[in-house]
Design a protein around this ligand. Structure first.
Ligand code: NI
Length: 181
């Protein structure tokens, strides 16, 4: 079976992410943030196992680095120099524009992601699959409902990039109903 990504690529990105996110925790927990990146890349790898036409190295590196511009001091230029232009562009599209009002940020990000190759769409699908776990204890019902609706918006916008991830996200969206009382 031919593999469309390399272990070295994964290691290089994970090392960079571990340094950049050092000291950060999953919100509402004591778990190091990097586990989120490991989950997201794992979801992408599961999809790449069946969707072999995709550029696995691009998808995996963007999965691991998807929050470095948004949440750390890492810059676009740094990613461009150490990785590549296409990875930097992908990570930037996956970064929220904080100059916009909060309720406009998702639509804006999805619009920018849709201009990127399908590998970047896959990362966003995998990110939301990963995030549809038990909500943090401090979220109220309104926030939980909104988060599920946003997941539907992501699904509708990006499902075309990966049948595998779209199906998995659809089932996570269904399961998330248990958190709505
Ligand atoms: Ni994320």
């Amino acid at each position: 079976m031919q593999q469309n990504w390399s272990q070295e690529t994964y290691i290089k990105a994970l090392k960079k992410a571990a340094q950049a996110h050092h000291g950060q925790k999953i919100p509402g927990s004591e778990i190091p943030y990097i586990i989120h990146l490991s989950y997201v890349s794992m979801e992408v790898i599961a999809a790449l196992n069946v969707e072999k036409e995709r550029d696995g190295n691009l998808a995996i590196q963007c999965a691991i680095l998807h929050d470095v511009i948004e949440d750390t001091a890492t810059t676009f230029e740094e990613i461009q120099t150490e990785f590549s232009e296409s990875i930097a562009n992908g990570v930037l599209a996956l970064t929220k524009d904080n100059s916009l009002e909060k309720h406009l940020q998702m639509t804006d990000s999805l619009r920018r992601i849709r201009k990127q190759p399908p590998e970047i769409w896959m990362v966003k699908l995998a990110d939301r699959i990963t995030n549809l776990q038990t909500p943090p204890y401090y979220w109220n019902q309104e926030k939980i409902i909104r988060y599920r609706e946003e997941a539907i918006q992501i699904y509708e916008a990006l499902k075309g990039a990966s049948q595998f991830l779209a199906l998995r996200l659809a089932s996570k969206i269904e399961d998330y109903k248990v958190f709505i009382k």
